[in-house]
Design a protein around this ligand. Structure first.
Ligand SMILES: [Zn+2]
Length: 158
């Protein structure tokens, strides 16, 4: 059996100029501000998309996602789908997600995030681990200016 590990990262600042929806992991959060970005700025899905790109060697965010954005496709699940297509016969074994932010509170939504991300990525919720921290306010994320997400995806092939 072959195994590969992918590492992804992304960060977005809160958009203080409009009342965009805050969508994380495809789940809508009840929060007065969304994140700045051309797309829906779903920082969790972008991090996961980058983690898959680091496995496949085919980058989606940047070139391909920007082109979709210009066509009005701002739903980050579409970018994730492109990355998942590139996985071919690699099977997702585990997804680890680490979120750094002060706001919103992530812990009440962790189960909903696992269920939705499992559905989007064709895996089971028990293959997903999500942790969240404020990092003791040492960074802009921990001070409430934005959200950073790191993720690691493990895949296997028989
Ligand atoms: Zn992003």
């Amino acid at each position: 059996m072959s195994i590969k590990t992918g590492l992804g990262q992304d960060s977005h600042a809160f958009d203080v100029t409009n009342s965009k929806l805050l969508i994380l992991g495809g789940v809508e959060f009840d929060h007065p501000q969304g994140l700045r970005g051309n797309s829906d700025a779903d920082v969790i899905l972008h991090s996961l998309t980058n983690a898959i790109s680091s496995i496949t060697g085919k980058n989606i965010l940047g070139a391909k996602a920007d082109a979709l954005c210009q066509q009005g496709i701002t739903d980050s699940t579409e970018y994730l789908k492109l990355a998942l297509n590139d996985l071919d016969d690699w099977h997702i074994e585990h997804i680890a997600i680490s979120i750094e932010c002060l706001i919103p509170k992530i812990s009440p939504k962790i189960e909903a995030l696992k269920v939705n991300i499992a559905k989007l990525m064709n895996t089971q919720a028990n293959n997903i681990g999500i942790t969240a921290t404020t990092g003791e306010g040492l960074t802009a994320f921990g001070r409430g200016e934005g959200i950073q997400v790191l993720s690691i995806i493990t895949v296997s092939k028989a």
